[in-house]
Write a protein that binds this ligand. Structure first.
Ligand code: PGA
Length: 248
């Protein structure tokens, strides 16, 4: 049985009163699962996650962070602050950050390095837009994003990263990549990581409208080790089905 990583990305959705029962249920679901379960939540709920999930099998973390240690960055949160609350994970370079908050490959790289230095596992996101795919630029864009994100990271640290291939056109649209499309890019990314960075084995997630109805087929692909789940992690019963996915 392949061990899968099922990590929720809540984005800006749930609130305190919803999260309490959600975390409670998630703890119970994860306790029965042989897969790895995680959830990334808005900053203000990280304390609640720590309180309710610490000591359980559910990993938790943030959806973003700043790369500086401290300073005049109104509204920002540092890696050390996340570490203070026991964050295991942090999503870096999500396409929504790149698209709406103008995050660059260079900033992604600085964030990845800072997270590693602080002892938090970065989930490094990459993926092409529909326009880029239609123009035949998918591989070029992905290579640029990955080499940009990974500049100056030691071989040893490479082994501590989680990657997430998230085609922008599949995020939140209800239309996921086909299992073949997802596999093709995850394999391409793994080959690149091996050839350029000596990464022999890494955790490669797929994200983009992953849901109970398509999870089995997508997650059974050989180069895919799990999913980064947006919409479908918000309903605990859907997330449960995803967490319980079993593939050979
Ligand atoms: P989605 O989002 O599952 O709602 O498409 C995935 C993500 O953005 O991580």
């Amino acid at each position: 049985m392949k061990k899968l990583y099922l990590i929720g990305n809540q984005k800006m959705n749930m609130t305190y009163s919803e999260l309490e029962p959600y975390f409670e249920k998630l703890t119970e679901i994860a306790s029965h699962s042989t897969n790895v379960v995680g959830v990334c939540v808005p900053y203000v709920y990280i304390n609640l996650a720590k309180y309710m999930l610490d000591g359980s099998k559910v990993l938790f973390g943030a959806e973003n962070m700043h790369y500086e240690d401290k300073g005049a960055f109104t509204g920002e949160i540092s890696a050390q602050m996340l570490n203070d609350f026991g964050c295991d994970l942090v999503i870096i370079g999500h396409s929504e950050r790149r698209q709406y908050f103008a995050e660059t490959d260079e900033q992604v790289n600085l964030k990845v390095k800072k997270a590693l230095e602080t002892g938090i596992t970065p989930i490094v996101c990459f993926g092409e837009t529909l326009e880029e795919r239609e123009q035949g630029l998918t591989h070029t864009v992905i290579e640029r994003q990955l080499t940009g994100a990974l500049a100056d990271i030691s071989e040893e640290d490479m082994g501590r990263l989680i990657f997430a291939y998230e085609p922008v056109w599949a995020i939140g649209t209800g239309v996921s990549a086909t299992p073949e499309q997802a596999e093709e890019i995850c394999l391409f990314a793994k080959k690149l990581l091996k050839e350029q960075y000596m990464v022999n084995d890494c955790i490669m997630l797929y994200g983009g409208s992953l849901k109970p109805s398509n999870a089995q087929e997508i997650l059974s692909k050989p180069s895919i080790n799990g999913g980064l789940i947006g919409g479908a992690c918000l309903k605990v019963s859907d997330f449960e089905q995803l967490i319980n996915t079993k593939v050979e």
